[in-house]
Design a protein around this ligand. Structure first.
Ligand code: PAF
Length: 282
């Protein structure tokens, strides 16, 4: 696997792939890779001839007071994992390479409505930063397919809308959440948890699972969510949001069947997100 940091070299290698008629799969990441990221690479492998991963901790998607500086940078370990998983090319640019004119007056991409509320409500500007860097990477790599994890459910919806609105000729593939044996959704931010917090963290998925069963069995949604918030509080989480939305993140209506239960919580200083897909009763 080759690692490139500069755009001209990236374009040269990608041009060679295209000349050979190879189908390109893209896996954008911020590094500190875990089995969830490797599942993205494996999925990309099945849908493309060559897999290009990117590692870039994107300052544009971090708000003031968030963990940009603390975000783990583990390039050597990431390279070894990508290589072992069959990634062909890693693009790991610096901030100056991607944003050579700085970020203050940078042209940005905004995806309205779907990026509002949920994580977009508690992290203002976050999805503008994501949509901007993902558009930039799509533009540079011009992949045939790109893989994103379903743990970041709202991010995936934002990217699908972005691709549809801006006519990117790219197939977006959502990859199911990878969980630890105790149910905790894998996330680079899990590394921030103390041993005590890590022991408590799987309660998030357990509470969501209990709620899913209650809602699928016909419990009123408002009552179930109210009970869920109490359960989260009792388990030591500080809930940011707990919501039931239609699968496309629109509001649940009388005709909604495919829905998604989404939560963001704080455990100590760590923000955790998770979601479960469910089918509403008729
Ligand atoms: O999901 C992530 O790791 C990031 O938000 C992404 C898509 C790589 C954009 O920086």
């Amino acid at each position: 696997m080759r690692t490139l940091q500069e755009i001209p070299e990236l374009r040269k290698v990608l041009g060679e792939y295209r000349q050979r008629g190879l189908r390109i799969g893209l896996v954008p990441t911020m590094g500190n890779l875990h089995a969830g990221h490797l599942a993205l690479v494996e999925t990309a492998r099945r849908h493309a001839d060559v897999v290009v991963a990117t590692i870039f901790v994107n300052p544009l998607q971090f708000g003031a007071g968030e963990d940009l500086d603390a975000y783990p940078r583990t390039l050597a370990a990431d390279q070894a994992q990508l290589e072992a998983t069959g990634c062909d090319l890693l693009f790991a640019p610096t901030v100056t390479t991607l944003y050579p004119h700085g970020m203050d007056n940078l042209s940005q991409v905004r995806v309205p409505v779907v990026s509002e509320g949920l994580c977009g409500g508690s992290r203002p500007g976050h999805f503008d930063g994501v949509a901007t860097v993902v558009s930039l990477l799509f533009h540079l790599v011009q992949p045939d397919i790109a893989c994103f994890g379903e743990k970041d459910y709202q991010q995936l919806a934002v990217i699908r809308k972005l691709v549809a609105d801006l006519h990117f000729p790219i197939e977006i593939i959502g990859v199911p959440i990878v969980r630890a044996a105790d149910g905790l959704a894998l996330s680079s931010r899990n590394g921030y948890l103390s041993a005590d917090e890590r022991a408590k963290a799987p309660q998030l998925q357990r509470i969501l699972t209990t709620l899913r069963h209650a809602i699928e069995a016909g419990d009123p949604i408002a009552t179930a969510l109210e009970s869920g918030l109490k359960q989260l509080g009792a388990a030591g989480f500080e809930p940011d949001y707990l919501e039931l939305r239609a699968a496309d993140l629109g509001p649940v209506t009388a005709t909604t069947r495919e829905a998604v239960l989404l939560a963001a919580v704080r455990l100590g200083t760590t923000r955790l997100i998770d979601n479960l897909i469910l089918t509403l009763p008729r």
